[in-house]
Design a protein around this ligand. Sequence first.
Ligand code: ZN
Length: 96
Amino acid sequence: MRSEQDDCTGCSLTGTLRQMPTCREITELVTDFLEGRMGFADRLRFRMHVGMCMHCRGYLRQMRATVATLGRLPDEPLPDAIHNELVVRFRNWSRT
Ligand SMILES: [Zn+2]
């Protein structure tokens, strides 16, 4: 009896449907899914998992909202200009 994945329907079904990605894979694939960089079969498996797993459904919804807010995916590094600006501001702030 394994209990650590009991709260995740997608994970407990993964053993039965061997083609199904795990929750960990879903989180890794979500950017590919949202950017449409996924093959048909992978998309199908992704959707199947998300359809059955409320955790991944929540994660996908959150990612969609993030993309909608930022206008792009958040896995890109901060542009240098913004990064430098933040560093300068932080330095000034800690000095005062
Ligand atoms: Zn899941």
